[in-house]
Design a protein. Structure first.
Length: 320
């Protein structure tokens, strides 16, 4: 099979490219390097069946040609990272909504399977954990820009499901829960690369809020393994599917664990949300997936513990 990966030079996209190539598939990448980086895919250059195009999905003639050459489209290109989203809400909404619109429109012409990368962010500030795919989504008010990301991704989901229902375009929607691992950049605010970099540099580890908010971090290899199985599973078509880990940790405890694993003397500094992001910023208190659906569908079980993830990320930053 040949896959088109939009956002293929990003963190998840580059790991997915590698896994597809390792399994003998062809990979076409379309990436505008807005948050992706050539360094993520440098090691793939020169591999047979690998091509990359530095351009945006808004170059519709190119997008259409690449979709025509592919059997499946992984649409990962999006504005990501809470920091980026709060600072550039116009870019976030336009990129996420318009990008998905054009991908679905062109994939529909020849009914190519499309995987839409969505996010656990769509569950919003619901505290009804674990989140099931059919749980209610609880959004904050529109003047708080953070919610623009969740809403833009929710629109992407609606549109993909509408294409499936009305036009029989095969789609699979995956909701990622804090995907992490080597190659993830701290530049866009993600917590683990930031804490690891701070701990290794002996700088204060910056915990936003009181540190009691929790997340469940998922190793990128687990995510990629699930994606490869889902595209081969007919029952996944037309479905919304959580991919994550159920090992929940508070951000305060995460900071302590990273300090322990790096033998760092960094102090832990608590920074109010207003200072870290913007005035009136709202965070999610907890985030844990219900994995019943993906387990039943493809036997998915996350293979990496939080410590496995941290050890690998620390090692990655030390080498860097
Ligand atoms: N966070 C933090 N310090 C940082 C970056 C993030 O305390 O330097 C917190 C953030 O407020 C959130 C959690 O860590 O509660 C996860 O943030 P991230 O941006 O990685 O992902 P999110 O789950 O918010 O999409």
């Amino acid at each position: 099979m040949r896959a088109l990966i939009t956002g293929g030079a990003g963190f998840i996209g580059s790991h997915l490219s590698e896994a597809l190539l390792d399994e003998g598939h062809g990979v076409l990448i379309l990436d505008n390097l807005s948050t992706g980086a050539m360094s993520n895919i440098a090691h793939l250059k020169g591999r047979a069946e690998f091509e990359y195009f530095i351009d945006t999905v808004e170059n519709e003639p190119l997008l259409a040609e690449l979709i025509d050459r592919s059997d499946v489209v992984f649409h990962l290109a999006a504005a990501v990272g809470v920091k980026l989203i709060v600072e550039q809400p116009v870019h976030t909404i336009e990129t996420n909504v318009h990008g998905t619109e054009v991908v679905l429109k062109h994939a529909n012409k020849k009914k190519k399977l499309v995987v839409i990368a969505s996010t656990s962010e769509v569950y919003g500030k619901s505290v009804d954990v674990p989140f099931r795919e059919d749980s209610d989504l609880v959004m904050g008010p529109t003047p708080k820009h953070r919610w623009a990301y969740a809403c833009s991704k929710a629109i992407d989901e609606f549109l993909a499901l509408a294409y499936w229902k009305e036009r029989k375009l095969p789609v699979i929607i995956v909701r990622f829960f804090n995907t992490v691992g080597p190659r993830q950049s701290g530049q866009y605010g993600m917590v683990i690369p930031n804490f690891v970099r701070q701990a290794l540099a002996g700088e204060p580890i910056t915990v936003f809020g009181d540190g009691r908010q929790s997340r469940s971090f998922t190793h990128v290899t687990d995510v990629v393994g699930a994606l490869l199985k889902l595209v081969a599973e007919p029952a996944a078509i037309g479905q919304v599917i959580n991919i994550g880990s159920t090992q929940e940790v508070t951000i305060g405890r995460l900071a302590e664990r990273i300090r322990e694993l790096t033998d760092s003397a960094s102090p832990i500094r608590f920074i109010p949300y207003d200072e870290a992001y913007e005035s009136g910023f709202e965070d999610m208190p907890r985030r844990v997936p219900d994995l019943t659906k993906v387990h039943a569908m493809i036997g998915y079980e996350p293979q990496h513990t939080l410590d496995d993830i941290l050890v690998q990320v620390i090692d990655y930053f030390r080498r860097k």
